[in-house]
Write a protein that binds this ligand. Structure first.
Ligand code: SF4
Ligand code: SF4
Length: 409
């Protein structure tokens, strides 16, 4: 591949960036500084063992193992997702339904309720309302095709988005388009933190001489130049998971807990509220996100909306589940993790209509699910819910679940 001029490549990129909200091209960087920081977090136990994220895997990711042999430059890109759709409250009040835009190959969702249903709802974190990663992935392949045509070359390219085997966030920060905040999330002036990122690793050889990338030098530790004295995210985190600026104890983070079938500690359950999936409190309180235009494209790639009727969700067959979440990133999560979240939501907004369902989940094969159903029944606190718990206790053989029920009765 011949050496290309940076300005020429950048203007070709800009020409084919339809649907992409921020874009840059950078050399494949040396990430030894951030690598050291991440290995430090691993050694302090801030990254749970459940992730099976070892020092060796970290080193492979930060050295672009499998890519460095041929990749010469990386296109980094972002998709903004802040729209004016609103979260449901605990009783199912969804105030707005997005206006349809064409998204070939993706279904237009069923109509959402526009008035309170009185049934309990769980909220889905904003970044999961639609699959922006998949959307960006498609746009990046279109960008590669455009670039090849414009420059008259054939590229070796690997497109990634929401990919854990390279440090996507750090790469984006390296591009200079955003900085890491004290909440460990990327921040930029135009999009706040409401954007997802993707990359294209390419064999494009670019002469960066005279461009600002000659000067780039990734800091050894994250720098929080955007934050100043602000500590709003640290103060607002419901579990104190942001133990200091830029240091997250993942074990305590609701985002992590909502993705996995692991017991949620008793003290966190009442403050879990109606989080059906994810938690973005530390993003939502950030001043960089308070004055943004809510004008992101409302596409329907993997669209699931802002929340879900909890009773419906807990009644879905496997087929209904697949149909509901197909194409959304939620489909890659263990269904039982989302079921546990729904049970905790029901514990925080009890509804008598949920009793038969809770009894069904109280007999599930997973002790974590049985314990969560027991907690939800305990919060319902009616004669019928207590009788259901007594019946379960009679048959229950698992010490953890027996303890859970014993605490309630
Ligand atoms: S996602 Fe929620 S629990 Fe996790 S650090 Fe942010 S505010 Fe805390
Ligand atoms: S809330 Fe404040 S401290 Fe936290 S990321 Fe935003 S600006 Fe930084």
């Amino acid at each position: 591949m011949r050496l290309m001029n940076y300005d020429k490549v950048y203007s070709a990129l800009a020409k084919y960036a339809t649907g992409i909200d921020a874009l840059h091209i950078i050399p494949v960087p040396d990430l030894s500084g951030p690598l050291e920081h991440t290995i430090g977090a691993l050694s302090k136990g801030l990254i749970p063992a459940h992730y099976r994220w070892t020092e060796e895997k970290t080193k492979r990711a930060y050295s672009f193992k499998g890519y460095r042999e041929w990749a010469r430059s990386i296109i980094v890109a972002a998709k903004y997702y802040y729209t004016d759709e609103e979260y449901p409250d605990e009783r199912g009040y969804i105030r707005s339904t997005p206006t349809a835009v064409s998204s070939p190959g993706h279904k237009i969702p069923r109509e959402l309720s526009t008035k309170g249903t009185g049934r309990p709802y769980g909220r889905i974190a904003r970044f999961t309302w639609r699959n922006n990663y998949r959307y960006l992935y498609g746009k990046l392949w279109e960008l590669v095709a455009g670039l090849e045509g414009e420059l008259g070359i054939s590229l070796r390219a690997k497109v990634l988005s929401n990919y854990t085997s390279i440090p996507e966030k750090i790469l984006f920060a390296f591009s200079g388009l955003a900085a890491l905040g004290k909440n460990c999330v990327l921040i930029c002036r135009e999009m706040g933190s409401y954007f997802v990122v993707g990359e294209v690793l390419t064999d494009l050889r670019i002469d960066f001489t005279g461009s600002r990338f000659e000067e780039l030098n990734v800091p050894r530790e994250p720098e929080f130049t955007s934050c100043g004295d602000c500590t709003r995210c640290i103060d607002a985190c419901p579990t104190g998971a942001l133990i200091e600026q830029g240091t997250l104890d993942i074990n305590r983070c609701f985002q992590y807990l909502s993705e996995n079938v692991i017991p949620v500690p008793q003290i966190y359950r009442p403050i879990w509220k109606n989080r059906l999936y994810g938690c973005s409190t530390c993003i939502d309180v950030c001043p960089y996100n308070s004055r943004l235009e809510s004008n992101a494209e409302k596409h329907f790639v993997g669209y699931v909306g802002t929340g879900e009727d909890l009773i419906d969700l807990l009644s879905y067959s496997h087929n209904q589940w697949d149909e509901r979440f197909r194409d959304n990133q939620l489909i890659i999560r263990d269904r039982l993790a989302i079921v546990q979240n729904a049970l905790l939501c029901l514990g925080n907004c009890p509804h008598e209509g949920a009793l038969p369902l809770l009894e069904t989940w109280l007999s599930h094969t997973s002790p974590v699910i049985r314990a969560s159903a027991a907690w939800a029944l305990g919060r319902m606190d009616t004669g019928a819910s207590r009788r259901a718990l007594e019946r379960r206790l009679h048959d229950e053989g698992d010490a953890y679940v027996r303890d859970e029920i014993g605490r309630i009765l």
